[in-house]
Design a protein around this ligand. Sequence first.
Ligand SMILES: [Zn+2]
Length: 333
Amino acid sequence: MRRQPKKNPAPKGSVQKSTSRNPKRRRAAKRPLIGWAAAAVAGIALICWGALSRQTASGNTATGEAAFEHVRQMVSLGPRPSGSTAHETMQRYIVEQAEAAGWTVEQDRFTASTPNGPVPMNNIIARHPGSSPDARVIILAAHYDTKLFNEFRFLGANDGASGAGLLLALAPVLSQRNYQHAVWLVWLDGEEAFREWTDTDSVYGSRHMAAKLQSEGAVPNIEAFLLVDMIGDRDLGIRRESNSTPWLTDLVWGVARRLGHQRHFLNSTHTISDDHLPFLAAGIPSVDLIDFDYGTAGSYWHNAADTLDKLSPESLQIVGDVLLESVAELDRR
Ligand SMILES: [Zn+2]
C-alpha cells in the first residue's frame, strides 16, 4: 500500500454509495421516561452492559493468539512474493486451514502482467453461506503476498502476514455463527508493486476480483468489503482512511468505541492506496483498516525490520474483536 498525498480525491462511487445506502436509523425516543426509577434502571443496565462488553473484548485472547501463531508459520516460510515457492506453500497453508475450519474454498488463479513479466497469482476465496435464501455477502479481506525485495530479506510479518493470519484465526469462529448474510474470507494476491507503485503495478488481485464481480453482475450482492492490512503492530493505532465509505467507517469505529478500543481506533484521518480501491470504484461499500504508523516515522515499513517481534497477539485480538462485532452489526442492518 502507499500513503497518498493529502488532497487526493476519493475514487468515484465511495461517497455516492455511502449516502444512498446509509439510512442512519437513529430512532428518536418516542416517549419521555416515566421517572427517576426508570432512568436509574436504564442507567444501571447500560453500565452493566458496557462493563460486560469491555470485559468480553479484553478477556478473550484465543483469536489473537491463534492469529499470532498463523503469522509465525507464514513468516517461517521466508519472503513470500507472488510467484515464489514460499508463496505457493502459503497458498496451501491457507486453503488447508480454511477447509479444516469448515469453509468452501475457491482458488481463483490468473496471470498478472507485471513490469517483471507475467506472474501467476491466486485469489483464495472461502465462503460460508448465509441463513437467508437471498443472502447478501460481507467480505473480510487481506493481502497475503509480501513485497519483492532483492537487496534484503523482507519477511512482512505485519505487511502481508498479519491480516492473512487474522482471517485464518477468525475462520473457525465465523463458521460457528449463524448469520443471515453470507461471509467470504478473501486472501488477495499481488497487492504489492513489483517496482514503483502505480495504478497498473499494484493491487493485482483486488483489481482482478472487483472486475470479475462486475462482469458477473454480483456487485449489488455485496453488502460490505472490510480490508485489514498491517494490523499486528504492538503499538496499534488505526486512523480513519479517507477513501473508505463513510457510513462503513462510522460503523466500525462505533463498534470499536463500544468495545472500549477507542485508544486504538483513532479519530484522525489518513489517505491510503490499498486493496479497497478497486472495490470502491466498482461501487462496493469498503473500509481499509490499516495502521500505517509502523515504527518511528514508519521505520519498520517495507524493510528488514518488519519481523514478528514488532507484533502482539493483543493487537490482533483487538482488530479481530472489532471485525467480528462489525460483521454482527452489518448482519443486523
Ligand atoms: Zn506493503
